[in-house]
Design a protein around this ligand. Structure first.
Ligand code: ASP
Length: 409
């Protein structure tokens, strides 16, 4: 019964996606001479999509906060927490470096920017954060502010402190933990309810995207889109499937089937932070990853692990260099590997964040910042693939960490 229900949800999401895509392609070209479509239909679709996104965002902080406190308290031992933390970060870093390497190789082989006509538009660079500031920002000087503003790393740190401390004081911490456990259960239920609206939200969001980026807009960028999508595909097929087979001893299909709702939602919504409730639901319910591990590994991943973004940074840096006729030495490409790793860690899990971080990669590789304007026009289409991979990477690592902690999957 349970299984049947799940199948029908993903089937509905799939149908919503396809109808939305077709509708978008049809109404897109009509929008320019039909005020009804431009002023009513598209804004209405956007409204439905935005409501779905708002519902997802509503879940994030209370869901992560309560389940992470429970996770930290049931793991209890700070040493075990530390071990899981080190393992998680190591897997995140490893998969990201491979991702950029895939991006750089594809950028060199496919050469997406060669023969590109350059438009002169300017784009603003973002001042990169210093490493020291990034480290300092992990610690919540004002935890309530972190909760209100949804600063995920700070929320994670605060929840870990609370969970561990509540366990250390024993009986006196019981009431606090019981309340949190109940809150976590309630949030799981709210997540399940919100997921029922996913087919409609996804339908509306993809229709708006398809209307805006019809096939004709994409043609001149076919090569860079192809390169990014191929890179994302390879990351899933080689790296994640390899980890699932090699470490978890399960078939990659088992994994992909279990996480497909989150993958599709990430593809359409373009926000890994936003789909966090769905990815937590998927790995717990479909793959059997414990709440303790997933509540820690996934929010951390949604904040610092962006493999799809890393692939994109690598390919786009080469794309810009080629489009502007600049040769990049091997050393310069190694430099890109390093800055793209940092850029992907620093990228927020929201739509379009990777494009802003691309400026940091371009500047530090000595490439023209105007290159961003080249990519900007089609960034949403690239964002779909990279966000999907960002989220898939988080879910893969959470499964791997669960397995290495002896969980039965
Ligand atoms: N949209 C991506 C994400 O949320 C970040 C990016 O723009 O690369 O994962």
């Amino acid at each position: 019964m349970q299984e049947k229900k799940k199948l029908s949800l993903i089937a509905k999401i799939g149908v919503g996606f396809i109808i939305g895509l077709i509708l978008g392609f049809i109404i897109g070209p009509m929008a320019s001479n039909s005020p009804f479509i431009a002023d009513i239909v598209i804004p209405l679709l956007q409204l439905v999509g935005n409501i779905f996104l708002a519902l997802l965002k509503m879940l994030i902080v209370p869901l992560v906060f309560s389940s992470l406190i429970m996770g930290a308290s049931s793991i209890g031992d700070p040493k075990v927490l530390g071990r899981i933390g080190v393992k998680t970060v190591a897997f995140y870093l490893g998969t990201t470096i491979v991702a950029i390497a895939i991006g750089l190789v594809l950028g060199n082989v496919i050469q997406p920017g060669v023969g590109m006509a350059i438009e002169g538009a300017k784009a603003a660079a973002k001042e990169p954060e210093t490493v020291f500031n990034v480290i300092l920002n992990i610690f919540p000087a004002n935890p309530l502010k972190a909760l209100v503003e949804g600063v995920m790393l700070q929320v994670i740190v605060f929840a870990l402190f609370l969970g561990v401390a509540a366990t250390l004081i024993g009986e006196k911490g019981r009431a606090f933990l019981e309340f949190n456990s109940s809150l976590a259960e309630v949030m799981f239920k709210v997540t399940a309810i919100v997921m029922k609206t996913a087919p409609y939200g996804i339908f509306a969001l993809i229709a708006v995207t398809a209307a805006k980026y019809g096939p004709a807009v994409l043609a001149p960028f076919a090569k860079v889109i192809f390169a990014v999508y191929l890179g994302c595909f390879l990351q899933v097929v080689i790296v994640y499937s390899g980890l699932i087979t090699g470490v978890v001893h399960k078939s990659p299909l088992w994994f992909l089937r279990g996480v497909r709702e989150a993958m599709l939602a990430a593809f359409v919504t373009r926000t890994s932070a936003g789909v966090l409730p769905i990815s937590m639901n998927n790995v717990q319910d479909n793959l059997g990853v414990s709440e303790d591990v997933s509540a820690f590994v996934l929010p951390l991943g949604a904040t610092i692990n962006m493999d799809g973004t890393a692939i994109y940074e690598g390919i786009c840096a080469l794309f810009v260099a080629q489009a502007f006729g600049i040769d990049l030495s091997f050393g310069a490409q190694l430099g890109i590997l390093m800055t793209a790793t940092l850029a992907s860690i620093g990228t927020a899990g929201v739509p379009g964040a990777g494009l802003i971080m691309l400026s940091m990669v371009l500047v530090s590789a000595g490439l023209p910042i105007e290159g961003m304007a080249l990519v900007a026009g089609i960034d949403a289409v690239l964002d779909m693939a990279r966000t999907c991979v960002n989220v898939t990477g988080d879910m893969c690592v959470s499964t791997v960490v669960a397995k290495t902690e002896g969980e039965k999957l």
